[in-house]
Each structure stands twice: as C-alpha cells, then as structure tokens.
Design a protein around this ligand. Structure first.
Ligand code: ZN
Length: 445
C-alpha cells in the first residue's frame, strides 16, 4: 500500500496532554498540534495529527502539559532593574526616595537591557504576551521583538516633562511615531498610555483619547489604584476616578484600566456598561498596601478581567504562576469564602481574559485552529506536581514558572528544554550587574 501523502507543517508539538482552554473538560489526553506560518492548523489526538502532518521540526512534550502561553496584562518590564532596591516603605516614600530618583536619569539603554531581563524571566515562567507602560518604549518594543515575545506597549504620558521625549507635545508625536513604526508587526502593537488621573489634566486626556481613536489602538491608564488617588481626584475634580473618566467620555471598550481597586458599586456598573477592560495586579496591590480590588464583583457584572504583575519593583517578580496562586487565595481570605475565584476562573484571567483585555483574543489566549501558536509546555514530572487529579488546580495552586520547559511564540520556539533560543542570558545578566552600580549611585543618600 503506498503511504498517503502528508500535509507539510513547520512545527508539530506532540506527545503530551493538551489543555486548550481553562476547563479540564477540554483536555486532549495524548495530543498534538501542527503549526504553519505561526498559526495552529490542526489540534487533536497525537495519532491523528501525526498521520495527517509531517513537519521539519518536531517538539516532543515527553508527557508534559501543552497549554496556551500566559498573558501578563500589565507590566513595566524595564523596572526589573529596580528589583529589590527598596521594599516595605510607604508608597510616597518609596516613589520619592528610590523609584523617581532612579528613573530620572534612566535612558534608552537601561530600558532596553531591563526589558531583555524581563523577557528572559517571562519566557522562563511561561508568559508569551505582555502589556507594558514605561519610558523609552521604542526600546521596550525593540527588546520584546528581539526576544520574540508578543507585546502591547506604549509610552507613559503625563503633564510634566519626560526624561525621554521632553515636553508633552513631543510625547504625543513620539506615540504616533511608535504606532506607525510597528503598525504591521506580527508581534508588537502600540497603545496610547496616560499614566493616571492625578498626573494628566482633562484636556490632555481628551487628546490622548482622540489619538487612540484616530489609529484604533487601545488607551491604557492606571485607575482607582489607591485610596490616596481617589481622594486627590475627588478634591481636584469633585468626582471619583471612574466618574471623572465618564464625564470626559473616556470609558469605552477601547479602555484598559489597570488596578481598579477602589470602586463603588455604581462605578462597577459603569465599567461593565461601557465595556471597559480591567487588569488585576494582586501582588502589587498587596505589596504597596493599595487594597483588594473587587474582582469577583466585576466578573459577576460581566467585566473582562486579565491578570498582571505590574512592575517588578512592586512585586518583585514576573512569574504569573505565583500571581495566579496569590490571586485565588487573596480573594478567598478577603471574603472569608473559599468558593470564590476557583482555579478555572483564575487560569482564564491569565490566558484568554488577558488576551481579551489586550484586544488579542482572535489571535491568542487559547489553543485553537486558526489562532497563533503561543504555546508552553509544563513539565509535570516533578514531585510538587504529582499526582494529577485536576491539572487546572495544579496550574493555579502547585505549579511555578520554573516548571515551564518549552515556549513557542507565534510558531517560533523561544525556549527549548529550559534553554533560551532568542536571548543571550549570560550577556543580559552581566549587563544588568553593571547597571546596578550606576543605579545605586542615583539613590545613595
Ligand atoms: Zn502599573
């Protein structure tokens, strides 16, 4: 019998259970998937896929769990440079005496290497996409692109001069240039990113909104993060942050609101009504003692919520597995109810929820034919991951980023057997140690 001609694929990932979406009912026990041009073209039982496809490259999962890459909805990637520089301080003390002095003399080179460090850490812990807000974002985009990571990035904008672009007029032009530069990129996209309501005046916010609308890109802001912010905004504008945003016409499905800790019931309804997307950053909110965001309530009202680490200086790591664990437990203890925020809900926030927040749900967030191959393989052959009764439970409560063994983004293998293929880790680490000396001088008393 002549063998039937097989379809050609660029990559086949095979030989492990596939969890395409956050429900255990979706598991393919012995699965495989085929990738062509960065896109998943087939997914199913191993025997079936291997019969239909042949590929130049086979990635053997060796029984590891094949699942969607994680989405870090809100990050300031380059802040890895400040990891552990100062902890356990009141917010304003921490900002004014450490973070702001360190940042005031930062430059594109520091941001580039800080972001590469973040990308190495994120890939190693299974994150394939991140949302970012910081300074010198052209360098963030370059670094993410070099790492082969998917990212939605944007320059932080506010009323006062920036160490990067100078006066705000240039900030708008800088953002516009970024949008045009990365318009047709397969991995990088750009957002317009006002910092917060207490750093951006109403006329400026409207201009940012208009710029985002003109190019059809998301608008990202820190919103209702702390009690202090609510008091400031109330004092200045006579309205709470969400109501202030509503009065400026800024609440829309295009808005990504990070934090949303301090919300009144009516404001939650308003966010749901306007289709605003929310990123929850539980570890940052806990470490800075900002409060507990009403995530169970927002989800119940139908708000789309993703999970983020926020910047590394207030976390102090970018491991979304740890973030998931913390997130689940925080809401349970806060409500004194162990049934809130069950593991599938948490995993959804870290995958498809994050993809929806960043406007990428048609491309990523789950493993489906037609979506991009952003795939991670988790080594289950580890003492802390056995036995397996419910793999989704393990992902939230037992796994750590270090259990991730292989990572594929847009069909490209960026980590294989825990070896980074797009980044030179040794060079990054030595560069970061050099930068540490310079940064220390800026914050020395
Ligand atoms: Zn932030």
């Amino acid at each position: 019998m002549p063998s039937q001609k097989k379809e050609a694929a660029d990559l086949i990932v095979t030989n492990g259970p596939i969890l395409p979406a956050p429900s255990t009912s979706s598991i393919v026990p012995q699965g495989a998937l085929a990738v062509v041009d960065g896109t998943i073209v087939a997914l199913g039982p191993k025997a079936q896929i291997e019969e239909l496809y042949e590929a130049r490259k086979i990635l053997d999962a060796r029984g590891g769990l094949i699942m969607p890459g994680l989405v870090n909805g809100h990050n300031h990637a380059a802040m890895t440079c400040y990891r552990g520089i100062a902890d356990d301080l009141p917010l304003m003390d921490w900002l004014n005496h450490y973070i702001f002095p360190a940042e005031s003399k930062s430059d594109g080179e520091q941001v580039y290497w800080g972001t590469l460090l973040a990308c190495a850490e994120m890939i190693r812990s299974g994150t394939t996409t991140f949302g970012d807000m910081y300074l010198f974002e052209d360098q963030v985009a370059e670094a993410a692109s070099k790492a082969g990571m998917r990212a939605l990035v944007g320059e932080v904008l506010y009323d006062f001069p920036s160490p990067n672009y100078g006066p705000i007029e240039k900030g708008l032009a800088y953002t516009e240039t970024l949008i045009k530069r990365w318009q047709n990129d397969s991995l990088i996209s750009i957002a317009v990113e006002p910092h917060a309501l207490y750093t951006c005046s109403p006329p400026l916010l409207k201009r940012f909104r208009d710029l985002a609308d003109r190019y059809g890109v998301p608008l990202i802001i820190h919103l209702a993060e702390s009690k202090h912010e609510v008091e400031e905004v109330l004092k200045t504008y006579g309205k709470t942050p969400v109501r202030h945003m509503e009065s400026l016409g800024l609440l829309s499905p295009n808005l990504i609101a990070c934090h949303c800790v301090w919300l009144e019931e009516e404001e939650m309804d308003l966010l749901a009504l306007r289709g605003v997307k929310v990123v929850h950053n539980p570890e940052s909110n806990m470490k800075l003692a900002s409060g507990v965001a009403p995530i169970p309530e927002l989800l119940a009202k139908g708000v789309v919520v993703g999970l983020g680490t926020d910047g590394c200086a207030s976390n102090n790591n970018l491991d979304l597995f740890r973030e998931m664990d913390t997130c689940a437990k925080l809401h349970k203890v806060h409500r004194l109810d162990p049934t809130v925020m069950p593991s599938p809900v948490i995993l959804e926030m870290a995958t498809l929820g994050g993809a929806k927040v960043l406007g990428l749900e048609k491309e990523i967030g789950s493993l489906e034919v037609g979506k991009k191959a952003d795939v991670i393989i988790l080594d289950l052959d580890r003492p802390h991951l056995q036995p397996v009764y419910n793999v989704v439970s393990h992902l939230v409560y037992s796994a750590a980023g270090a259990d991730v063994r292989d990572v594929i983004i847009n069909g490209q293998i960026v980590m294989q057997d825990r070896r980074l293929l797009t980044l030179d880790e040794e060079t990054i680490l030595s560069k970061i140690r050099e930068l540490r000396e310079k940064i220390l001088l800026r914050v020395a008393p």
